[in-house]
Design a protein around this ligand. Structure first.
Ligand SMILES: [Zn+2]
Length: 98
């Protein structure tokens, strides 16, 4: 599988999981489901970004400290949010109503 296919597969399955959870729990709050998915995704991401432990490893340099990992995580969060079709909403309060 190509790298992009792994990404698309993980992305699609995460959204599917959210939909499945919402269907199976009638009184579920979508915000709670989404928060849980996000927390799980962050957990997995942090797990995947543990430095290898080699001194002066260049590949791990951007994620070599907790602060650096959080910075990288925030960069990705901003990127993925801005790329999302739901980033802007027609009901945003700063949307002009003519
Ligand atoms: Zn490394």
């Amino acid at each position: 599988m190509e790298v992009e296919q792994f990404f698309d597969d993980a992305f699609g399955k995460t959204v599917e999981l959210g939909n499945t959870l919402a269907e199976h729990h009638d009184n579920a709050d979508l915000w709670d489901i989404a928060d849980g998915l996000l927390a799980g995704a962050i957990q997995y991401w942090l797990y995947s970004r543990q430095p290898c432990g080699k001194v002066d490893c260049e590949e791990c340099e951007p994620i070599a400290t907790a602060e650096a990992r959080l910075q990288e995580l925030k960069r990705l969060v901003t990127q993925f949010a801005e790329e999302s079709e739901y980033y802007h909403s027609p009901s945003d309060v700063n949307v002009g109503r003519a």
